[in-house]
Design a protein around this ligand. Structure first.
Ligand code: 3PG
Ligand code: MG
Length: 400
């Protein structure tokens, strides 16, 4: 990686603003954190900064409050969880900018940690307003970006601040870029990509780019309906939200590149009212039913194809996995990938949540913290949050 990291600059005694992604899932019933992997993932950078005696100011968004204060999206719960993980108090301010925040920063001693309030309570965050970026930048001497999962957003705390302070990568960002970078640069072959989830359009750019590097692409989930339709199948009541043209172009590129494109030969379907679940051939999907999972034969053929791979990237569930009855395909793929003797990389977001829930995360080579960000990275389009970080100079001289 040719970017400067937190290891390349002097941080001892300095005020370091660290953008993390603490956008963790919360329980709908009591607001508790249901999975703290994203907090855990930021620990190496925080520990490193503590060990160097930096004065650490953490900042993050949580959810999509849309520029106003939403009580249920305050970061107090996260500050408490972080205090426990670090075994030291994390000071928490109920604002992200302003006098009170500046006073707390001024009182911060070497090795102490504070967390600012949810950045998205200010409209300036998502609008990347220079005024909001400046108010954040005043708090610190150095900026560290460790929020890989938000690196695809051109927000004030990502690109605005980075333009005003010496900006370096945190250790999580570095690990993400190295792990994902490896599958673009030097994947072991055969290389297979397993994709699912609702929309093809979210993944089209990534698929188009990666089609030059992979040997096979397997498609399940809502996306499968789009590809089946584009291949001439009737898909009953399955919603095809995408332009079938996108799938047709991807099918054509796969053929040109001699990439095996594998669609499910059978699927699990159900009637509109949720009754009449049956496993049918993809060629015989009843007009009054919709696809909810890949079928049994598809599970077998997907398994066979994955077992031949030495590199596998997976993003997106195979069906409506939130409903137990329709989660079999997704669970089966998670177990197969976990058992492979291959480099296995899991895209973040819901796919990471599934793998963590099934307690298979430590069986994978790498589980990304980024959903949209990892797809964007693999599309080769570049991430605004990464592009703005200082490059390593040939002499290693730092700009901090
Ligand atoms: C995510 O969970 O995808 C990241 O935290 C970014 O959040 P966003 O999609 O609301 O920008
Ligand atoms: Mg997102």
């Amino acid at each position: 990686m040719n970017k400067l990291t937190v290891r390349d600059i002097e941080v001892g005694g300095r005020r370091v603003l660290v953008r993390v992604d603490f956008n963790v899932p919360l329980s709908a019933t009591n607001g508790d954190i249901t999975d703290d992997s994203r907090i855990q993932a930021a620990m190496p950078t925080i520990d490193y900064l503590i060990s160097k005696g930096a004065r650490i100011i953490l900042c993050s968004h949580l959810g999509r409050p849309g520029g106003r204060v939403v009580e249920g999206l305050r970061l107090g719960t996260v500050a408490r969880r972080l205090s426990k993980l670090l075994r030291q108090e994390v000071k928490y301010t109920t604002e992200s900018i302003g006098t009170e925040v500046e006073e707390t920063v001024a009182a911060l001693k070497a090795g102490e940690v504070m967390l600012l309030e949810n950045l998205r309570f200010h409209a300036g965050e998502e609008e990347n307003s220079p005024a909001y970026a400046t108010a954040l930048a005043r708090l610190a001497d150095v900026y560290v970006d460790d929020a890989f999962a938000t690196a695809h957003r051109s927000h004030a705390s990502i690109v605005g601040v980075a333009g005003q302070l010496p900006a370096v990568a945190g250790l999580l960002l570095e690990k993400e870029l190295t792990s994902l970078g490896r599958i673009l640069e030097a994947p072991a072959h055969p290389f297979g990509v397993l994709l699912g989830g609702a929309k093809t359009s979210d993944k089209a750019a990534m698929l188009y780019n990666i089609m030059d590097k992979v040997n096979c692409v397997l498609i399940g989930g809502g996306m499968a309906a789009t590809f089946l339709r584009a291949s001439g199948y009737a898909v009953g009541l399955s919603q095809v939200k995408d332009d079938p043209q996108v799938a047709s172009e991807l099918i054509a590129k796969a053929a040109r590149n001699r990439v095996r494109l594998i669609l499910p030969e059978d699927v699990l379907v159900v009637g509109e009212d949720g009754t009449g679940v049956e496993n049918v051939s993809s060629a015989k999907i009843p007009a009054d039913k919709k696809i909810v999972d890949i079928g049994w034969q598809a599970i077998t053929s997907f398994t066979r194809a994955l077992e031949r791979c030495r590199t596998v990237f997976w993003n997106g569930p195979m069906g409506i996995y939130e409903i137990d009855q329709y989660a079999e395909g997704t669970k089966a793929m998670a177990r197969v990938i976990a058992g492979l003797n291959a480099a296995t990389i899991i895209g973040g977001g819901s796919t990471a949540e599934i793998v963590i829930e099934l307690k298979l995360a430590d069986k994978m080579s790498f589980v990304s913290t980024g959903g949209g960000a990892s797809l964007r990275f693999l599309s080769g389009e570049g991430l605004p949050g990464v592009d703005i970080i200082l490059e390593k100079t040939p002499t290693g001289v730092n700009n901090g």
